[in-house]
Design a protein around this ligand. Structure first.
Ligand code: ATP
Ligand code: MN
Length: 464
């Protein structure tokens, strides 16, 4: 008998067989009933909605039915009929049930409902089976798909920067080392580790960003984007940092900072609209369960222009704020999350793009302004999250770039490959990085970044 996915049955229920006899397969979410009839809610992951299976107890062996508990996996064949009950349009009258796998009621961790997110994090291998994580991971998929669609429709090319890199220009100190050296017996030369013995014949790490190699793509293909994992060994145990996270990094030749900001704003708005148009069942669930202003907040971001503001003006606002901050602010200080959130949530009540940061607190590759003290950086700040995007126009002047590298202690000879983009056919260009999980925090309304990635990696946690 033909098997149907529950999403198809519930969303488009005209598509049935002649007599409406069919199979569904999935996991038991709840089971209730009485001596005569049992109702089993079954979910196959295709949608947040469950299909109700109605079991006429007289037609089955009672001992067999006892084996059907929450978490068990079933194949049910029967007739799909319109439902009289509220909460569903169709239900299935079971003719036959096969149990693919039982789930012992005494030991199955998701037997009871209403577990805390903290507890579920400890069983990350099972939490996708809950309504909440089903919704989040379907949303995660939809956002990944929408990202590719957005860029493809706009003529960008998907570019793969390497994950293993020999460059430590960006992430000195926060990179995970990649090595096959025997850690019990490390080869030494002149009192230092001899990396010439290592797999690549030199020191290598996992990348903290695909940008520098992305620039090489933009200087040939015009507009590219990367979308891949990045790794940071920073010891930040915050609800907004992961050690392994995914980043989207578009890089565009001939874009100045203004074009870059326009792209970033349009991109985020597109993604949020896509979520509202395509994932409403899941978003509504998250809205109702966790954060009842979620939908309103998503609509607000689409409907309003982001505020654009120079760093200097932001510092002035923060200095005259009545609120006391843990970290003091002044020209030249890096803004902390508390400052970013004050601007967005209290002062403007709107997403903010901050530009023209002091040169000293930003990366060496950002284009220097004529004032000699700021660079064409842009950070997009969001409510509840703080920085969601970091980007800039890139320095395209070879002389200035080399001078800046030396100032921050990077040997230009180590990055000759990068300098070739400026040496040969240099062009104005810009780009940014969007943290995929920070986007998902915003779209799902979750408050901890560990809850929007299937297997979160953070300090002292690499199992589940
Ligand atoms: P933050 O100041 O929030 O630590 P950052 O300035 O180090 O971020 P960038 O290097 O600009 O971040 O990276 C670009 C984007 O990647 C950020 O805007 C953010 O969305 C995301 N991001 C950065 N670090 C992390 C992390 N550890 N976990 C998840 N996302 C991150
Ligand atoms: Mn940043």
């Amino acid at each position: 008998m033909k098997r149907f996915e529950i999403k198809l049955l519930i969303d488009k229920y005209a598509l049935h067989t002649d007599d409406n006899k069919m199979c569904v397969k999935g996991w038991v979410r709840t089971k209730r009933g009485n001596k005569n009839v049992i109702f089993i809610a079954i979910n196959d992951g295709s949608t947040i909605k469950n299909l109700q299976v109605v079991v006429d107890v007289a037609k089955f062996d009672e001992e067999f039915l006892k084996n059907i508990t929450t978490g068990a996996c079933l194949c049910v064949c029967g007739q799909l009929v319109e439902s009289m009950g509220k909460g569903q349009c169709v239900e299935m009258l079971a003719d036959s049930i096969e149990i693919y796998g039982m789930a012992d009621a005494e030991t199955y961790p998701l037997q009871k409902k209403g577990h805390s997110l903290e507890f579920l994090r400890e069983i990350a291998h099972l939490r996708p089976r809950t309504n909440t994580f089903g919704a989040i991971f379907r949303l995660r998929h939809a956002m990944a798909f929408a990202i590719h669609k957005y860029f493809n429709d706009k003529g960008f090319f998907y570019w793969h920067s390497p994950l293993i890199t020999a460059s430590d220009a960006e992430g000195a100190g926060e990179m995970f080392r990649v090595t096959t050296l025997d850690l019990q017996n490390i080869p030494q030369r002149d009192g230092k580790v001899d990396f010439s013995e290592d797999f690549f014949g030199r020191e290598t790490s996992l990348t903290v960003s695909g940008q520098l190699e992305g620039e090489l793509g933009a200087m040939a293909l015009g507009k590219i984007y990367t979308f891949g994992p990045t790794f940071r060994a920073e010891n930040s145990n915050t609800p907004r940092h992961l050690s392994e996270f995914w980043m989207i990094e578009p890089e565009m030749a001939f874009y100045d900072l203004e074009d870059n900001m326009n792209l970033a704003e349009d991109f985020i708005k597109y993604l949020i609209s896509y979520a509202l148009e395509n994932c409403m069942d899941d978003i509504r669930f998250l809205n109702d369960m966790y954060d009842n202003s979620l939908i309103e907040r998503l609509r607000f971001v689409i409907d309003n222009q982001f505020i654009r503001l120079r760093y200097e003006e932001a510092v002035n606002i923060l200095q005259s704020a009545k609120q006391k901050f843990e970290f003091p602010v002044g020209w030249g200080t890096d803004l902390q999350s508390e400052h970013e959130r004050y601007l967005v949530e209290k002062h403007f009540k709107c997403p903010v793009i901050l530009i023209d940061y002091p040169r000293e607190i930003k990366a060496f590759y950002m284009k220097q302004n004529d004032d000699n003290r700021t660079v064409r950086a842009m950070d997009v700040l969001f409510p509840a999250i703080g920085e969601i995007i970091g980007g800039s126009q890139r320095e395209d002047d070879m002389t200035k770039l080399v001078a800046r590298m030396k100032e921050v202690g990077i040997d230009p000879a180590d990055m000759d490959w990068y300098l070739d983009t400026r040496r040969f056919g240099s062009a104005p260009h810009s780009g940014f990085g969007l943290g995929f999980e920070r986007l998902l925090l915003f779209v799902s309304g979750m408050s901890n970044i560990r809850d929007v990635i299937p297997f979160p990696r953070f300090p002292k946690n690499a199992t589940f």
